[in-house]
Design a protein around this ligand. Structure first.
Ligand code: HEC
Length: 103
């Protein structure tokens, strides 16, 4: 968590052409930080699988809401203090599409 925080804090706000860098950083966050609970291949661990076949019942907006607010009473933390709405939406779309996981 400390590594995650510092990584976010030093993210260069003024860098140019960062679209890809940002995406790489977020993809890395999903694998490292989400993966610490959901498994490095997102197949599940302490938290459930986040692979597309497991998220079929949830629209992107619902996934974004879970990431934003967390799941009260469970280990799933709210990410809104750490991630912008755009970042959360991007992650939700990637989870839905399976772009971050190998087949
Ligand atoms: C500290 C452990 C932990 C971390 C870190 C974590 N999660 Fe979770 N997550 C959980 C648990 C536990 C649940 C199940 C909550 C419940 O009981 O419904 C969950 C549930 C979810 C769900 C709902 C899945 C479903 O099928 O209902 C999504 C989506 C999700 N997490 C995404 C993420 C994302 C994206 C990240 C990283 C930004 C993340 N989680 C980080 C523990 C974690």
């Amino acid at each position: 968590m400390v590594a995650l925080l510092s990584g976010l804090l030093i993210a260069p706000a003024a860098a140019v052409g960062t679209e890809e860098v940002e995406e790489a950083r977020l993809a890395n966050l999903v694998i490292q930080d989400c993966g610490s609970c959901h498994g490095l291949t997102l197949r599940g661990g302490l938290g459930p699988s986040l692979r597309p076949e497991s998220l079929e019942r949830l629209p992107v907006e619902a996934i974004a809401a879970i990431i934003r607010e967390g799941v009260p009473g469970s280990a799933m933390p709210p990410w809104k203090p750490l991630l912008t709405p755009e970042e959360i939406h991007w992650i939700s779309r990637q989870l839905k599409s399976g772009a971050l996981v190998s087949p």
